[in-house]
Design a protein. Sequence first.
Length: 183
Amino acid sequence: MLLIYLRTGDEKAFREIYLRYWKKLYSTTLRRIQSPDVVEEIVQDIFLRLWERRNSLQVDCLEAYLFSSVRYAAINHIKSMLVQERYADYAYVHFAEGSSTTDEQMDLDELMNAVEQQLNDLPEKTRHIFRMNRLEYQSVKEISSKLKVPERTVEYHLSQAIKSLRIYLRDYLLPSIFIVFFS
């Protein structure tokens, strides 16, 4: 019954769904990801998407849908963390100051200049959000809060910056480094 009311935009139905499932989803996800802040963000995103997609939902079993959603979101988060760790390991091994040759250092300097040049060509807001996320290591949620814009707006600007950098820098980066850094 709640699904029927939810599809019509009934906020009370949504609130009831939230109250019924939030704690269960949070507990389940916390077993996979030990960071309460990350888990909270994942669960909140699931409910946000549920509300945003309420009109087009093709769900027979709400509970199964919600638990599948958090499971996939947790898996995607873990994959993302693994990619970041692999890049950090790769960067440590290949870009350590003591092991760089002059040619490698020149290539790295050229790459960094190209990145800076392309970043400077981006719109101010996109550039600022990209720097906050990729250089200052702030999460989408933190950026959204600081700039007082929706998280979707932050995600949009990040995807635009990454798309632009991918196109501009394809000649500078080896495919394996490129995939790891801009994934």
